[in-house]
Design a protein around this ligand. Sequence first.
Ligand code: FVH
Length: 310
Amino acid sequence: MTTVTSIGIGNMGAALASTLLKSTNPPQLTIWNRTADRPQVKSLVDQGAHFEPSLAAAVARSETILICLLDYPTITAAFQAITTAKPLEGKTVINVTNGTPTQARQAEADFKQLGAAAYYDGGIMVTPQLVGTPASFVVLSGESDAAFEAGPRELLKPIGAINYVAPDAGAAALYDVAALASMYGMFMGAFTGIALLKKQRRREPAKEGEAAETKVLAKPATDAVVVPLLKALVPYVSLLADGVDNEDWMNDLGNPLGMQAACMQNIVQTCDEEGVESEGLRYITQLMNRAVEEGFGPGGLSAIGQYLFK
Ligand code: FVH
């Protein structure tokens, strides 16, 4: 039977451990968490996991060590407390803590120093509630594709679709950060839109049967226009990536940059008139205006990609 020690039983660590325990071939699972009385710990023990309060003892019990802690400094601090020379001798470490590519590469060196035979780094790309569902996917990198296929892929299968990206231990962290950068950029724009919609809802009289205190909510309007637009435009992101990869700044994709810059002007002006903060959109506005000034107006939005490389 495969032996796994799951380090970090927070929301995500608990979801991973629980999914492994519920899988067709569950491993013999040991769990470790700084806070022993966290409810998720008890729940996992009830599902068959063994809780080990000593990190050194928890690590010693398994051949695969799955780490999901808050951040890399937390990992370093936790493992520094182990006093044995090579506590990870011959073991495979899979670290899905969120961090930077540099931190991931350093962690690979540190864990190899502690004796690890293999180190994989990556990120779980969904929320804990979605782990183990068809929506769940994971990015991982480290060692080699062949080693990953022959090693931890089978164990990780129940968690979600695995996207093994490269032997560089820092690669998956970069993929993760890139996805999160896209997500938070989208959220910032959405917050601006939600604020505008709330302003408008406040202006409108309550509809019949609508309580005065609920009429200012932005959610119905957000669901009616923002969400469908974002959903429809997800494939556009892929076209923008083509433009940046090929440095094809003049492909207008049917939506010339000059037209989009004029539209952006209206968005910022509306924010100003409505008393809504538009700072979150200022940078992309500046880049669009710069590209238009430099002659890329008949081209596409991808043209602003040329200004992102320092
Ligand atoms: N939850 C999510 O939606 C996202 C989805 C994408 C991936 N992230 C990353 O997953 C890592 C863990 O996140 P989490 O959701 O499990 O976070 P928490 O529930 O807050 O659990 C944090 C665990 O870290 C332990 N911990 C914190 N500080 C220390 C410390 N100084 N020493 C030892 N352990 C520490 C904490 O233990 P405790 O507070 O229960 O004692 C939890 O086990 C993270 O990188 C996300 O970015 C999740």
